[in-house]
Design a binder for this molecule. Structure first.
Ligand SMILES: [Zn+2]
Length: 335
């Protein structure tokens, strides 16, 4: 029933996107106020119904972003798309990607067409109107039945071994959700953005310059640049394993690669999640900031993050960063 309820609430999110002239949009806008062309979340004043809707809209951690991941804006003439806050470039709103610039922007609710007129880009050739797309069904748009199917297959039916490994008490929740999306191939990788029609098919190459299409499997496992991180991580920990064909198998196999004890598994589970998190962050830094870290710098980040996550949740761990750096298994008394 929970999924059905979410699917119904999702219908409201969809309606508020596609029907901005509608009565409900105006009523809610008047009650909670507007910001950047969207209705404010209302903070504590919001009714619980409205809180649920904004949580789905924002893709709060508990909802896993199932709504936001599946909608995108197709820009026609740009007159009905908000430049900063609508996800019209690669599925990510510009205000998230260029936060500092957004803070400096005088007008936060300009449309794409208005910004183009001000010289922010080439004026669109396209004379069709802008419209929201629901990725699972681009023609019909959002339906409660369709969303219910997505939610039920996402949440329970396909919960396999790999997905049970995501929930780890020492891993930040946002990272668990990131891995959850990765295992379902729902990250905005370039290959996925091309499939969704958000990115042009010629812009699909891996940011490392390796010359291969950026799929999740490529980025996290087989890329000659990012994939080489696994070898460094294995030699740091002192384990050996091969890279299996799917991301899921990789996760499961890595977790069990040091043998069977529960503590070892839990540790390797955490390391795997740190590792993919670091790769994704690096990929975004390269793509959006133009900054690049070497494999050894990335390994340092993995060491640092895992140390912090473990330390922050278990006060009894009595090792220092130096010994963690050189021999983590020994620190955890796993050898
Ligand atoms: Zn690559």
């Amino acid at each position: 029933m929970r999924e059905f309820n979410l699917a119904l609430l999702g219908k409201w999110c969809w309606r508020l996107l596609v029907d901005k002239e509608g009565l409900w949009f105006r009523v809610l806008g008047a009650r909670y106020g507007m910001e950047g062309g969207r209705i404010r979340d209302g903070g504590r004043r919001g009714s619980s119904w409205w809180k649920d809707i904004t949580r789905i809209r924002e893709g709060g951690e508990l909802e896993g972003g199932w709504f936001g991941d599946n909608v995108s804006k197709r820009v026609g003439d740009g007159s009905d798309t908000l430049f900063w806050t609508d996800p019209w470039v690669e599925g990510i709103p510009l205000c998230e990607r260029f936060g500092r610039l957004f803070n400096l922007a005088e007008t936060k609710s300009q449309t794409v067409a208005e910004m183009f007129l001000r010289g922010w880009g080439v004026e669109g050739e396209d004379q069709s109107s802008d419209r929201w797309q629901w990725w699972p069904d681009p023609d019909e748009g959002y339906t409660v039945r369709g969303a219910y199917q997505i939610l039920t297959t996402q949440v329970s039916a396909t919960m396999d071994d790999a997905e049970k490994l995501i929930w780890h008490s020492q891993v930040p929740l946002k990272v668990s959700f990131f891995v959850w999306r990765l295992l379902r191939d729902r990250l905005p990788t370039k290959a996925n953005l091309v499939t969704r029609g958000i990115l042009s098919p010629t812009a699909h190459l891996c940011v490392s310059g390796c010359g291969t299409v950026e799929t999740a499997h490529h980025l996290f496992i087989s890329c000659s640049v990012f994939g080489s991180l696994w070898e460094l991580v294995r030699s740091w920990i002192g384990i050996t394993s091969v890279d299996p064909t799917s991301v899921r198998d990789h996760f499961v196999q890595f977790t069990y690669s040091a043998g069977g004890s529960r503590a070892q598994r839990s540790f390797l589970q955490l390391i795997w999640m740190v590792c993919v998190w670091v790769v994704w962050t690096e990929r975004n830094h390269r793509l959006f900031r133009g900054s690049t870290s070497s494999s050894h710098q990335l390994l340092d980040k993995i060491k640092l993050f895992s140390f912090r996550w473990l330390k922050s949740t278990s006060a009894t761990l009595a090792f220092n960063y130096h010994s963690w750096w050189s021999n983590p298994m020994l620190c955890l008394v796993l050898v």
